[in-house]
Design a protein around this ligand. Structure first.
Ligand code: AMP
Ligand code: FE
Ligand code: FE
Ligand code: ZN
Length: 285
């Protein structure tokens, strides 16, 4: 069972990397990718845990991108964490996420909604990539909503009066930077239109021209029609398809291993990576 998309407390998951890796072993996952938003901070703890519990680990990242205001998520597998170009974009996005959360919280507090930046930061923890889910956690802690999901249905949704965007690179540039970092770029949940606007096939085509390797067709936020569309587009553009859980611990309903990727596609990812960052194999260091 190969699950190539999961989050830890290094971004907006609710469990530390070592707990995510242990949970993957428990769930029968053979190879897991840790793909926190805009950070590699979870890698060391995940590598140690993978060796300990005997799960394969793909070190990855989910790069926040924006195409004319439409959010795009790009998975980068086996990237060199020292590659300067990608690192600079991730740092820029993380900095901007802090200002953005600050502005969202200010707008909410001005309307009497019980939330402060200090509390959001405390709940996110030192060094985590800040996001709307951490604002949701503060609203839950203060009894304003019951769950993250409830917060996202109204107050935190994309069109909300409290919504503020953050800096994010264009997806074509992000594809180039992942390749320059020796990694393998795969577009996450490309047509997950229930959560917000998604880009058209023309943008995916431009990303493919820039070196995109695959499309995450099998994802909870895709219905049968979106999966079929992603598979057909991948076939036309010569891309492979992946499937994954997008696990966020208790922050989302997604369960580890609920969608999976084939061993053939994982082999292609390993084959295309030129960073020297290898898949951590169970029982090998
Ligand atoms: P941000 O990157 O700060 O704009 O926040 C987007 C993140 O919120 C995504 O990475 C999702 O993991 C998370 N998210 C979106 N919708 C929901 C939801 N309904 N429940 C829980 N988390 C969500
Ligand atoms: Fe997330
Ligand atoms: Fe995503
Ligand atoms: Zn994700």
């Amino acid at each position: 069972m190969i699950d190539l998309h999961a989050h830890s407390t290094a971004s907006d998951g609710t469990e530390p990397p070592e707990v995510v890796v242990a949970a993957a072993a428990q769930a029968g996952v053979d190879v897991l990718a840790l793909t926190d938003h805009d950070t590699y901070a979870g890698w060391p703890a995940a590598v140690a845990a993978a060796q300990e519990v005997g799960v394969g680990l793909v070190r990855g990242v989910e790069v926040s991108c924006s195409h004319r205001g439409v959010s795009v998520h790009l998975l980068g597998y086996l990237v060199d964490p020292d590659a300067a170009g990608l690192l600079a974009e991730l740092e820029h996005a993380r900095d901007s996420r802090l200002t953005r959360v600050e502005r969202m919280v200010e707008r909410m507090a001005a309307d009497g909604i019980p939330v402060s930046l200090e509390q959001v930061q405390a709940l996110a923890g030192e060094g985590a990539t800040l996001g709307r889910p951490h604002i949701a956690d503060a609203l839950v802690a203060n009894g304003y909503v019951a769950t993250r999901d409830e917060a996202f249905r109204d107050i935190l949704r994309n069109g909300s009066r409290y919504y503020v965007a953050h800096y994010a690179p264009d997806p074509v540039r992000a594809v180039e930077l992942v390749r320059q970092a020796g990694g393998v770029p795969v577009m996450a949940h490309p047509f997950a239109n229930a959560r917000g606007w998604t880009v058209g096939d023309d943008v995916v085509e431009a990303m493919a021209d820039a070196g995109l390797a695959g499309l995450e067709a099998h994802h909870r936020d895709h219905r049968a029609a979106e999966r079929a569309h992603a598979q057909a587009l991948a076939a036309r553009l010569g891309l492979f398809v992946t499937g994954s859980s997008d696990y966020h611990g208790s922050g989302k309903e997604n369960r580890l291993g609920e969608n999976t990727t084939t061993a053939e596609v994982l082999a292609m990812i390993e084959d295309q990576a030129t960073s020297g960052i290898e898949v951590v194999r169970a029982g090998r260091s």
